[in-house]
Ligand binder design. Structure first.
Ligand SMILES: [Zn+2]
Length: 451
């Protein structure tokens, strides 16, 4: 068995791990690179192996940095099955066409305003190509072993994180190789904790928050304070949010705050057709989270759903404070950009980031205090308050990761730390080596290892 690290090395994006075993090729995750331009350009490179030669894809979960390259893989000849959980399949049906749509819109806009170096600017793939990839999906239940080839099987365990998210356990030659995917948190208000894994010969673990501890303040309290202060200034709260997972948690918290009279009864808009669909899915997969049917129904009703672009533009015209939740979560694209163009100039309003911001994204740069930011080729001055919900996260921090690892009965032979900015991965390596004495490695892009 050989593993080649084709993404999520020294970055949180582009997750792709190629396994070669007895002549078969399997790709675990097929994510898009996001953030820094040098990374994004990799999406345009020729894929290191001919996609037609890949036998199967296995997905940990639906987020675009784990699935967003699939339409391109299919377009370039991959004809095998894409194995995942039912939740992941349903979420990909929302996310992949949307990802293609955003890229088509970006290319159109770049051509209209002439801010691309390429003439004409082209989308990486289209909405229709995003939809095409869905035909190859084969969903499986959690905890059920599936024999992919004679000498290789896999099984999905719950990872928490988002609906459908899994830890992938692969068995071959009586050995076990385990991918954590994105690991959820033990005490999240909405999602269940990740399943305990007792052993693996090789482990590939994420390190998004390998260098940080989450603020232990109750996220309800933090959200309450930010909304209260903004409303007092007469401003609005604009929340760039991941459409899947984070948007639903935010709706749940806002519903709780309103019910307890901890915030005024101001209008709330969920301006993302994708987030609307993902919210409906949350109500469908009740065994993957902690909310009751009643709580699910209430969070669905706390916001007005904004579907058309015309409605989206009209909500900016409200004369009273409002809360707008819109995608994308790192302000890299989508409808949130239109709201930002307007509200970034308003010193009364708050732009509230609600999740991890990859280096180089607009979200990262705003949180670092940049005083102007480019949107659709135009420089926008930053006058609004910029905040981050530090207590809210769908990823375990290093303490929570270590607690999860401590349940292993014996150390893996090798632990590969991926899916983190370099400092986070290095920090997690140090912590695991100090506290658990495991052998950890930080693979580089295209590194090959025999297992
Ligand atoms: Zn994720």
């Amino acid at each position: 068995m050989q593993i080649t690290f084709l993404g999520a090395t020294e970055t949180v994006t582009g997750s792709k791990f190629l396994l070669t075993h007895h002549g078969k090729k399997i790709l675990v995750d097929c994510g898009l690179f996001q953030g820094y331009k040098a990374l994004r350009l990799r999406n345009w490179d020729k894929f290191p192996v001919d996609p037609a030669q890949i036998d199967a894809v296995i997905l940990t979960h639906a987020h675009i940095d784990h699935t967003g390259y699939l339409p391109l893989l299919v377009k370039n000849g991959f004809s095998g099955k894409i194995h995942c959980t039912h939740g992941t399949k349903d979420l990909c049906a929302i996310l992949l066409p949307d990802s293609g749509h955003i890229q088509e819109e970006d290319a159109k806009r770049a051509n209209k305003y002439g801010y691309s170096k390429h003439h004409p600017a082209l989308p990486l793939y289209t909405e229709n190509e995003g939809r095409q990839a869905l035909k190859q999906f084969l969903p499986h239940d959690f905890a059920t072993e599936y024999r992919l080839f004679d000498d290789l099987s896999f099984r999905f365990h719950h990872a928490g994180h988002i609906i459908g998210a899994s830890i992938v356990e692969i068995k071959y030659n009586s050995k076990t190789l385990c991918f954590t995917g994105d690991l959820g948190r033990p005490h999240d208000h909405v999602m269940n904790p990740p399943d305990v894994i007792h052993k693996a010969d090789y482990l590939v673990i994420e390190s998004t928050y390998g260098g940080r501890l989450h603020d232990r303040t109750d996220p309800l309290k933090q959200l309450e304070d930010i909304i209260q202060q903004t409303v007092k200034r007469g401003g609005s709260v604009i929340i760039p949010s991941f459409a899947v997972g984070r948007a639903q948690s935010l709706l749940y918290y806002i519903d709780q705050l309103k019910k307890a009279d901890r915030i005024p009864d101001l209008p709330v808009f969920l301006d993302s057709p994708m987030a609307i669909n993902a919210t409906n899915l949350l109500c469908h997969y009740t065994n993957e989270h902690r909310l009751t049917k009643e709580q699910c129904k209430d969070l669905c009703n706390v916001a007005e759903y904004i579907v058309t672009p015309e409605q989206s533009k009209s909500i900016d015209q409200y004369k009273v404070p409002v809360i707008i939740i819109s995608a994308s979560g790192m302000a890299t694209g989508g409808r949130i950009l239109h709201h930002l163009k307007l509200f970034l100039r308003d010193p009364r309003s708050t732009i509230l980031f609600a999740g991890f911001q990859a280096g180089g994204t607009r979200g990262d740069r705003l949180l670092r205090g940049e005083t102007e930011i480019k949107i659709h080729g135009e420089m926008i001055p930053v006058r609004a308050h910029i905040e981050l919900l530090t207590s809210l996260s769908a990823h375990a921090d290093y303490q929570e990761i270590l607690a999860w690892l401590k349940k292993f009965e014996r150390p893996p032979q090798k632990t590969f730390i991926v899916h983190g900015e370099p400092e986070s991965s290095k920090n997690l390596k140090r912590k695991i080596e100090e506290q658990l004495k495991w052998s950890c490695y930080l693979p580089k892009y295209r590194h090959v290892e025999t297992l």
